[in-house]
Design a protein around this ligand. Sequence first.
Ligand code: MGD
Ligand code: MGD
Ligand code: SF4
Ligand code: MO
Length: 694
Amino acid sequence: MQNTATPTHCPYCALQCGMNLTPAPDGTVEVSERADFPVNRGALCGKGRTAPAVLSSRVRLTSPLVRSGGTLVPATWDEALDRIAEGLSRTRTEHGPDACGVFGGGGLTNEKAYTLGKFARVVLGTSQIDYNGRFCMSSAAAGGMKAFGLDRGLPFPLEDIPKSGCVILVGSNLAETMPPSLRFFTELKENGGTLIVIDPRRTRTAEQADLHLMPRPGTDLALALGLLHLVVAEGRTDEAYISERTVGWEDARAAAMAHWPEYVERITGVPVPQLRETVRMFCEPESAMVLTARGPEQQSKGTDTVSAWINLCLATGRAGRPYSGYGCLTGQGNGQGGREHGQKADQLPGYRKLDDPAARAHVAEVWGVDPDALPGPGRSAYELLDALGTDIRSLLLMGSNPVVSAPRAAHIEERIKSLDFLAVCDVVLSETAALADVVLPVTQWAEETGTTTNLEGRVLLRQKAITPPDGIRSDLEVMHELADRLGVEKGFPTDAEEVFEELRRASAGGPADYSGITYRRLAEENGVFWPCPMDDTEVGHPGTPRLFLDRFAHPDGRARFAPVSHRAIAEEPDEEYPVLLTTGRVVAQYQSGAQTRRVDELNAAAPGPFVELHPRLAERLGAAEGDPVAVVSRRGRAVAPARITLGIRPDTVFMPFHWYGEGRANTLTNPALDPTSRMPEFKACAVRVEPVER
Ligand SMILES: Nc1nc2c(c(=O)[nH]1)N[C@H]1C(S)=C(S)[C@@H](COP(=O)(O)OP(=O)(O)OC[C@H]3O[C@@H](n4cnc5c(=O)[nH]c(N)nc54)[C@H](O)[C@@H]3O)O[C@H]1N2
Ligand SMILES: Nc1nc2c(c(=O)[nH]1)N[C@H]1C(S)=C(S)[C@@H](COP(=O)(O)OP(=O)(O)OC[C@H]3O[C@@H](n4cnc5c(=O)[nH]c(N)nc54)[C@H](O)[C@@H]3O)O[C@H]1N2
Ligand code: SF4
Ligand SMILES: [Mo]
């Protein structure tokens, strides 16, 4: 490989910051600033800056492993691949194709996600595939799809944010989860715009806000409805916009009017004057935005909550207009593209529906199979994991670590252990990989080429910058080899661009149309926004940075209000479990920590789990800063040091979910699912907090 810098993108979050990578003579890789990429303009957070540490063979898997006499031992690629093919075919023969499960991830490139979906349906013939994105943005996707007829996290580029008059950030701690993006919000304020943050904790993001509302976890739906009530009561609706560009206002309005400000204050704990101030700040400027993240979305009513925030935007004429709109801040590196190309239980590439006969016919033709041979929709992520060892006997897992990240994780760990056969592809021996019968070591970001789609809907080219260590193969090679062993010799190329060319055809005419995008364009244009259909012009379709300015994606061009009403969380506190637990992230660790817990600098900054609690609650427990405290829910018990702060509601404790062991937050969480998106309630469950004798 050449010794010059290769422009590429970070392996972690959905910002997909641009960076340059240069191989050093000692075999390491240097990260340098890449100022030409508009999302981060050279800035990186600590995770991005240290990402090359995970490329070193000291921390990663370098040989396939197979279980022998209870332990994982090194094996050749042929042995390992043969074992997987045998395991999957035995299950298929004995229990039928739907007894084979596949679990993917929103960190996988578009090419991998596409191939994984095709592998499940064409090679295994199973309907049982889903992925960790279900735990991430599925509620926002469902709400956006209902309202606008299309789901793209942000309908505008981040660079529009500073030009808006007001932004409400609902349950996003982007100062920690996407640090370089904070710049857009400081510029917003410099331009005279205002920032409102809604979070039960006074986070680093909330510290930047002009107004910080601190609702009780799980009450965002009531909050949004209360704001809409005030909008109507104060005569701040945009009647012309409502009649020209929307349908369903009467019912949504009637539902919102039942949410009186005083009633909303009682549910949320947010004082009425703050509600009024929010409405004023949101309605007075020419333009305004609402951006949601996991806070309001990871609830058993996440979809309705997103709908309520969209209703607020529609009633005030703040969607599909310049510098205005509703957006979701998608999370994983390819959280957007990973939800478009077929690793979801109900989906075919191009964001097509698996139960739509025309979509089946189109994709089946690209795949060269009979449409009737394609299975139907399968189970959602939590339901799939919950069925392991019963209906689902074998699992192929790529790009997730559910033993740490799934809700009610101790139960899911048991389900995984009860499988007849588990195969995991990973770059490190994650806690889930450690339970596998076969583990395959795969290449990662800097060692392979592929595309991702960032939170703005911008499709990007991640270019190979270095040669992988010996003994490692790519996920695409793995699927090619397994397809071959399972009797499908064609249709699983190992070259990413070849896969992308097929994905272009499969997505053509679908909602997420990539057919006009090529690797050459991506390299030359610094990314292209979908939809980007094929056209006959010489330069090609320009892509679509801004959606909905003329019309929404429903056939009549109008957006849909949703008549939603507040309801309680699935598990309200009671005498036995009087406190609310909410969960989330810290800046220096990523997700299940599988990658970032292997980086010294990040571990030094965030060495382990903690329980954030208010001094009043700490005093009741007799706990001082750093003392171990136990958090107990109906699912289990976790122990971690106390971190005492005035920046959290006294009725709430917070735990980050990045660790395994006794401090695993997901031992506690409630898998109550949203009826539409099947999102679990990661953000609110009832617990009690106890002192621990040490
Ligand atoms: N450092 C770091 N960055 C990341 C990741 C990571 O693991 N680490 N993961 C990436 C991924 S996949 C994602 S999805 C994003 C997530 O990005 P964010 O959504 O910003 O992250 P979270 O910390 O899960 O939740 C955000 C905030 O929601 C608040 N919250 C909790 N309960 C509620 C509630 O009921 N209502 C409201 N309004 N707020 C509530 C929490 O206090 C928290 O501050 O981050 C991405 N970036
Ligand atoms: N309590 C609580 N739980 C949560 C959340 C929360 O807020 N609170 N958030 C949820 C959310 S939003 C998310 S997105 C999930 C994420 O949780 P996970 O799905 O566990 O995500 P990661 O830790 O990113 O797992 C990715 C795994 O794939 C590996 N990997 C990375 N790149 C590749 C690749 O290219 N190929 C292969 N084969 N493997 C690769 C990594 O090493 C790692 O082991 O957690 C969810 N869980
Ligand atoms: S903000 Fe996200 S994409 Fe940017 S460097 Fe950090 S982890 Fe990587
Ligand atoms: Mo996520």
